[in-house]
Write a protein of this length. Sequence first.
Length: 91
Amino acid sequence: MQEWLSEHKLVSYVLILAFTIYIFNSVFRPQARLPLLKEVLVYVVMAIGSFVLMILQVDKLPIIQCMGIAVLMMLMLRGRQLYDKYRKKSG
């Protein structure tokens, strides 16, 4: 899988960018909306950072796999929070 991702750079970049945006929106997003220019700046910086991570991915570091595990753990946490909320509501 690592070699396939290294050969397909566009797929690697899109996956890294998607994981980065999801992690930012789930963990680091401020409660209040940012002004439009700051919002655009944040996403531009994420796109540049994702390019750097893509270079590291192509250089045989498991960036996508690590980010995938982080996203999976965040989804499990979200599922657990929803389950606890459901149990508290019905109980």
